[in-house]
Design a protein around this ligand. Structure first.
Ligand SMILES: C[S@@+](CC[C@H](N)C(=O)[O-])C[C@H]1O[C@@H](n2cnc3c(N)ncnc32)[C@H](O)[C@@H]1O
Length: 453
């Protein structure tokens, strides 16, 4: 048994029941005096006791409490080693011997636990009526400085207290919000109310070494999609062009641009577009990302022609940081006869989209018919010897992978009006709710669809 387990199982460390006001909490009411056994030890002997096999498991192992303190009765001399028991009778004969041999006798010690000691969850258990203790919220999801919870109705009378607890116990959290159940059906952001802390919903969040700023109450953001954002970006080769139909504030677009891709990013929510544009600037990818605020259907219809008419400049290798660029400039000045880099004009501009990402899982499949005829002109057809890859996110109620794949492929092909090729990949992204799974289907746009043949 670990020391902590021993102490926890032998000492009553649960906070006292709380009957004070809910808001603000009377924090001073959370005090508990815990009598423990201590052994007086000369400073030089402390290590013997702390490391002895026989005594180790009896040491006080409470989180945030030091097991060795100064002896108040001998300020310049002995230490007190605190034990996780309150009586010598609870010690094994071997440990008793070590403690007696190395120490200068036992004494009682009163440990005081207070509001700072207990976790938010432990304090909440002391506040809630018995009927609500099981199933009480234990944690939150964090985005930047905001903690978000989704409280069931029965916990609403305690919402401010719960918010205050999360705030007090987590130094990086400055605002706590309760997400209300009604999600905006079109733009997928949640209604929410601030239940504690500063009423500031403008978040600065870091993901994949990019900085994202956005108003949490007006745009879609889900930190749980981090792995999926990374996965898609890893599929892209530097220099390729990505079209992001439902870009949000840029979690695919901006990391892809940092990797060397050119990106056309679109979102119909004007707030997403505003923050997408800001994030493009803040991450120094203005040359690589173009932002649009259009309906996805119109964006799909026009984007191939847009990139053809206004191509991205040629890819000339990884983008250098400002410091690296300055270093190169200095070197070039010191060594004017050095090897010149190839002139940019000699490389072809980028006119061809290689990947399209469509993360609007609720309805993205319904947009697929918009690809009919997108490459109907000869000019575009000549540019696309291979068709672009589409990565389309979706939900399914099928819980088994095999059935989920059948369901998703069927719906995609129905909307396209054509079968997708055999190298289609269908990956589970995450379980969203009981009986609801999120997937991503990746397939090459069928030529017959693109040509409207
Ligand atoms: C699930 S979010 C995904 C955002 C982002 N790509 C991500 O991974 O976090 C879907 C986005 O699609 C946008 N959207 C919804 N309907 C749209 C439409 N008809 N056309 C374009 N964008 C739309 C929403 O505003 C939202 O930002």
């Amino acid at each position: 048994m670990s020391p902590e387990l021993y102490s926890r199982s032998h000492l009553d460390t649960i906070p006292p029941p709380y009957n004070g006001p809910l808001s603000p909490l009377d924090k001073s009411a959370f005090k508990k005096s815990l009598p423990v056994l201590a052994v007086r030890v000369p400073a030089a002997q402390t290590a013997t006791i702390l490391h002895s096999e026989a005594t180790r498991k009896y040491l006080l192992g409470l989180p945030k409490v030091k097991p060795v303190v100064g002896d108040p009765s001998a300020p310049d001399g002995d230490r007190l080693v605190l034990l996780g028991v309150s009586d010598q009778a609870d010690l094994s004969p071997e440990s008793l011997k070590v403690l007696k041999d190395a120490g200068n006798g036992f004494t009682d010690y009163n440990l005081t636990l207070d509001y700072d000691y207990w976790t938010a969850s432990e304090i909440l258990q002391a506040i809630l009526p018995e009927s609500l203790r099981k199933g009480a919220p234990v944690g939150f999801a964090a985005t930047g400085h905001i903690a978000h919870v989704n409280l069931n109705d029965e916990y609403l009378p305690f919402k401010n207290t719960i918010g205050q607890l999360f705030l007090d116990k987590n130094k990086t959290i400055k605002t706590v919000v309760n997400k209300l159940d009604n999600i905006d059906t079109q733009f997928r952001f949640f209604q929410m109310e601030v239940i504690a802390g500063e009423p500031n919903l403008i978040v600065e969040h870091h993901e994949s070494e990019c900085r994202f700023t956005f108003d949490f109450s007006r745009v879609y953001w889900n930190s749980r999609l981090h792995t999926e954002h990374d996965r898609i970006v890893q599929l892209l080769q530097p220099g390729e062009v990505l079209a992001d139909v439902f870009a949000g504030v840029g979690p695919f677009a901006i990391p892809a641009a940092k990797k060397g891709c050119a990106v056309v990013a679109n979102d119909l929510n004007p707030w997403s577009y505003k923050y997408l544009s800001q994030n493009i600037k803040d991450n120094d990818v203005s040359d690589e990302v173009r932002a649009f605020c259009e309906d996805g259907r119109i964006f799909i219809r026009d984007v191939f022609k847009k990139v053809l008419d206004a191509p991205f400049p040629a890819y000339t290798g990884p983008k250098l940081s400002k410091t690296a660029l300055r270093k190169l400039q200095k070197e070039a000045m010191r060594n004017p006869g050095g090897k010149p880099s190839p002139p940019k004009e000699s490389l072809p501009p980028r006119k061809r989209i290689s990947h399209i990402v469509m993360n609007l899982p609720d309805t993205a499949i319904l947009f697929l018919d918009a690809f009919r005829g997108v490459l109907a002109t000869q000019e575009l057809q000549e540019l696309y010897p291979t068709m672009p890859m589409i990565h389309c996110h979706c939900f399914t109620r099928e819980l088994e992978q095999e059935q989920a794949e059948v369901d998703i492929k069927k719906r995609v092909e129905k909307k396209l009006g054509r079968p997708v090729q055999d190298d289609v990949a269908i990956r589970k992204v995450r379980s969203v709710a009981p009986g609801k799974e999120m997937y991503c289907i990746s397939f090459r746009l069928p030529l017959e669809v693109a040509y409207n043949a």
